[in-house]
Design a binder for this molecule. Structure first.
Ligand SMILES: [Ca+2]
Ligand SMILES: [Ca+2]
Length: 236
């Protein structure tokens, strides 16, 4: 009995001494969007927008995806609350940071555009998912766009929050005629842009307002302690 209590006491002592498991916030934007993005012309059109990240130590398990929709500064070119949106976590299996190659969909959340044009990051929880190397956070909305020649906003507006104050060169966009983009074959179905375009290379430097939250893998020490507890109890 003494050995069981001793083992458990040691577990609690070591557990209490472990540091809190801090989360990593993956983000390149400054939190304030300027001109937002939509698909087309012609409108209405699909827009698929994505941000590339490098997996950081201590953040290898993604638990949440975050998106800020539209812009508070863009006049008529606004995001529209209630528009259907799909939010994705993708692996870049060839780890070159280019979503035109090696794009593998890991998680999908189907929801609606919320808190548009307020610089609010809407949180989309996902089942905890391990990543490594390069990965992408992305979103897809249909029936979007703004026709500057007529001042017409498509039904689902300009949903892609875009911070133009700086550029990490890691923002990507594809667009197509409405309803055409297949999230498992984005480069092959982006029939307006023709492929997934890097915004900085295209002459639109900035950072799309897509973020992720990552946490560490379960601690090896905690797993060993759990094993020690089981062994201690079995000796009873
Ligand atoms: Ca790639
Ligand atoms: Ca900004």
């Amino acid at each position: 009995m003494k050995s069981i209590l001793g083992t458990l006491a040691m577990c609690f002592a070591l557990g209490a001494a472990l540091p809190a498991q801090a989360a990593v916030l993956y983000s390149t934007d400054d939190g304030v969007g300027e001109l937002p993005g939509g698909g087309g012309p012609p409108i209405p059109a699909d827009i698929w927008w994505a941000q590339s990240f490098d997996t950081a130590a201590g953040g290898t398990v993604i638990t949440d995806l975050q998106v800020a929709f539209g812009s508070a500064l863009a006049g008529q070119r606004v995001g529209v609350n209630g528009a259907p949106v799909q939010v994705f976590l993708y692996d870049d299996s060839d780890n070159d940071g280019d979503p035109n190659t090696g794009l593998v969909r890991l998680q999908t959340v189907s929801s609606t555009v919320q808190s548009a044009n307020t610089n609010t990051f809407v949180n989309f929880a996902i089942p905890p998912t391990a990543v490594s190397g390069k990965f992408f956070v992305a979103a897809l909305v249909s029936d979007t766009g703004f026709d500057a020649s007529t001042g017409t906003l498509a039904p689902n507006g300009m949903p892609a929050g875009f911070d133009q104050s700086s550029s990490a060169g890691t923002s990507w966009v594809a667009d197509s005629s409405s309803g055409n983009i297949d999230p498992d074959n984005v480069p092959g179905t982006a029939n307006l842009s023709g492929s997934i375009i890097n915004l900085a290379t295209f002459g639109l430097p900035g950072n799309l307002m897509l973020r992720a939250v990552g946490v560490p893998e379960p601690s090896t020490i905690l797993l060993l302690l759990a094993g020690a507890s089981v062994l201690g109890l079995r000796r009873r």
